[in-house]
Design a protein around this ligand. Sequence first.
Ligand code: SAM
Length: 287
Amino acid sequence: MISTEGKLYIVATPIGNLADITLRSLEVLRQVDLIAAEDTRHCRRLLSHHGIDTPVTALHEHNEKAKAASLIAQLQQGTTIALVSDAGTPLINDPGFPLVSAAYQAGIVVSPIPGPCAITAALSAAGFSTNRFVFEGFPPRTESARKHFFEALLDESRTIVFYESSHRLEKCLADLRKVFPPQRRLVIAKELTKIHERFIHATAGSALEIFHQNPALKRGEFVILLEGAPLPAPENLAAKHLRTLHLLLAECPLKTAVSLAEKITGARKKTLYQAALEWQKNRTEKN
Ligand code: SAM
């Protein structure tokens, strides 16, 4: 039995396939007093698919600031509420932040019921390094802002993940091609968990052409992943100093290894740190 007293549950729901909902999500949606949903009709379809008749109220980007106050008042009176969005994990580019933030300020317990999220689904199967990644939401809508957005990510060494809508996909890929080197690898994860799911492996130089040649591919929902930039070669680090650093990295945490290597070798900390990151990246890619 889940304790449901005056608590706010953040419940993940499917990103496509309706079967992708956890047992705990269903149990909470069944037991709470009220469900705050981004789209009440969409939510009721999901609930009726699972035979759940909990009352539903709307909480979307246009009313969430105003609505948060009344939901907080209900939570304070002992009502238990589940927050759901149209797809995936609430608050991840979806409504919910004002409510969760107000709940913490009011001392209300907030509990996540984890499940689908397009970011992690895409990352898990794209074949890029996942130990470190950055999520950038949706790129800006105008061409100049989008180019600045990509320019700021050019030297990012972590895997870059972002969302894009089908009607801006081509413009986005065109701008991406203007900024990134043509050989930079990217993956477009399309229609995850649905019938037309595909992982399109391409490069910054080739991706747009793939969609020009096959316009049917443009329909659907997309997550775009870009391989991180190679880390810059460590400057002026003598081979013996590099070896000292690698031996230390094998034995101690990165920061300690860099700090000890600095004392032992006298090399610049920044250079040692870059070399340590490179070593760490190579090691995680081998594993
Ligand atoms: N909260 C959601 C989550 O946890 O992933 C994201 C909501 S955001 C408003 C919607 C965007 O997520 C879509 O435009 C698309 O970029 C991505 N997305 C959602 N479902 C997807 C799917 N099944 N396949 C690919 N991308 C998806």
